[in-house]
Design a protein around this ligand. Structure first.
Ligand code: F6R
Length: 366
């Protein structure tokens, strides 16, 4: 059942080249620079005039939502707000018939997300679902949507469902950009050609597993861990921290790297591991100065870097390489080593990786 893997979580981490490929199948036509999302087709016209999109979700799905915000704003130029379903539903949020709400849920059963959808629906918004479990409750109450096609996820910690959610949100961003004309044809050809190669790059990122296992042995007795990232690397940092805390019970926090100096920097000493997303993209130089700030206080730096990077390598205590990619696709690659890191740390600590204490796969109570 676990296909030769010791845990479902590891199996699901390794399935990602396949699950992302399945998620893309029939939806992208790189040579034509075209994205096709059957479920959204009847709303294609609506994208031309919408004022904003609200994304609602919980937990890991909320992190995928933050990546979605980055991508939709960058490519489709539509303002996006990302909300915790549980907060959104208990406020008196301003929602109109012009709004599009994207609800993200692996299980399709999360109580708070369902209630938030019902509320937005009553106020006239159009609701799209991004769900994994086919025929679950959420896909049945939304107006339209796109399944993530990641296949059943058994491990309580979400892994392949997260990368599939990010993949669907990437497709939604590109689809909206296509309808609005905010990305020109040759750029779209370029983006989709690169997206088509992401499953292979995820496969390459998995090759760091042995190195990650060694690094995990160094970090396994830590009491705390900080994860830092900027831009689309910030949600990756949040997700890395959530994975670590939920399966290894090490206290971890994700922060935008620049926010460190506004508080968390006080925590840094020679016992504090700091995981930094330091790939070569628009915030590379800025992240380098954040690493220097950590090193000046004797923190232990583990950097996720672009293959071949020398600058960060010279500064960090440990590095994990991932293949080079445009910023748009960074979250899909940078997440992989963080999943493996928390997995190995949890195994070394003797934790029940697939069924961490106090957690359930679908949270049907509020
Ligand atoms: C974390 C995790 C949870 C879920 C959250 C939402 O690994 O699995 O944080 O992401 O409970 O669940 P769904 O996506 O089913 O609505």
């Amino acid at each position: 059942e676990k296909g030769g893997y010791e845990h479902f979580m590891l199996k699901e981490i390794y399935e990602q080249p396949r699950s992302i490929r399945d998620c893309l199948r029939g939806r992208i036509y790189p040579n034509e620079g075209r994205v096709q999302l059957g479920g959204l087709q009847e709303y294609a016209e609506k994208f031309k005039n919408i004022d904003r999109i609200i994304i609602i979700a919980c937990g890991t799905s909320w992190h995928a939502g933050l990546v979605g915000e980055y991508l939709i704003e960058e490519y489709a130029r539509i303002p996006v707000e990302v909300e915790y379903a549980s907060e959104f539903r208990y406020r008196n949020p301003i929602i109109t018939e012009k709004d599009i709400v994207i609800a993200i849920s692996q299980s399709g059963e999360t109580a708070d997300t369902m209630a938030a959808i019902e509320m937005a629906k009553e106020k006239g918004a159009t609701i799209f679902g991004v769900c994994n479990v086919v025929g679950a409750s959420i896909p049945r109450i939304t107006h339209a949507g796109a399944y993530t096609h990641a296949g059943p996820e058994i491990g309580v910690a979400s892994t392949k469902a997260f990368t599939a959610q990010v993949t669907v949100l990437t497709l939604i961003a590109f689809y909206m950009a296509q309808q609005k004309g905010t990305v020109n044809h040759s750029k779209m050809v370029e983006l989709l050609t690169e997206l088509d190669l992401i499953p292979e790059k995820v496969q390459q990122a998995l090759l760091a597993d042995a190195i990650i296992q060694e690094i995990a042995a160094k970090f396994k007795d830590s009491r705390n861990c900080l994860f830092l990232g900027r831009g689309s690397g910030f949600p990756v940092a949040l997700e890395g921290a959530l994975k670590l805390k939920e399966i290894s019970y090490i206290h971890a926090e994700g922060y935008p790297a620049a926010e460190m100096k506004h508080g968390p920097i006080a925590l840094i000493d020679e016992e504090m591991p700091v995981v930094v997303i330091a790939t070569k993209n628009s915030s590379y130089e800025k992240v380098i100065s954040n690493i220097q700030e950590v090193k000046a206080r004797k923190g232990i730096v583990l950097a996720i870097v672009t293959e071949g990077d020398q600058t960060v390598k010279a500064m960090a205590d440990y590095i994990i390489e991932i293949p080079d990619a445009s910023e748009a696709f960074l979250p899909l690659l940078a997440t992989i080593p963080l999943q493996l890191l928390s997995y190995h740390i949890a195994v070394l600590r003797g934790c029940n990786v697939d069924q961490p204490r106090n957690l359930a796969k679908s949270v049907t109570v509020e």
